[in-house]
Design a protein around this ligand. Sequence first.
Ligand code: PAN
Ligand code: ZN
Length: 184
Amino acid sequence: MDYMQPFGVDIDLVEGVMRDHDRVVVRRASAMLGHYADGAALQALIDAGDPVHYEVFEKAVPAEYGHLLFCISKLYPGRVGDEYFMTKGHYHTVAETAEVYLCLRGKGYMLMKTAEGGCVPAPMARNRLVYVPPYWAHRSINTGDEPLISLCIYPGDAGHNYGDIEREGFPKRVFFRGGQEVIA
Ligand code: PAN
Ligand code: ZN
């Protein structure tokens, strides 16, 4: 048997990074076209320097059944118009695969939806774990003033389906209005 060697990784909880990662996915404002309610505000942000929205630090684990993929997701604080920064969100390509998100720092929501219209905003805060069951699309939203940092773990063969959620959108959004968080 050709055994894969066990390994460990170092996570910096203050910086919200995986120190010895193999890959980083960086999504800037320009990667978020079509996702925010206020397209003009997003364009203004892109024109003003296209800031990083979030980074995902990963290890090169085989994307195969039996393995567990894991990453550190670091979503920066900010707003597009009055809507809080968020990730694109996705269903898993193998829709019947779940995921856990352990929040390590910051605050916000894990917004989840089903194809039939169910929608749940689960609060995220340090030391809180959110379970994303099979079939639920999921997106994280940062309502705080520091990065929202989570450890995500999901099956190796899950895959990411961004297309369906781009077409459907999420039924709810999270805004800062009248001095407070509003889910609408
Ligand atoms: C996470 C997400 C990560 C970035 O690792 O991929 O938070 O969000 P988007 O993939 O929606 O841009 C996950 O849910 N993996 O399955
Ligand atoms: Zn996922």
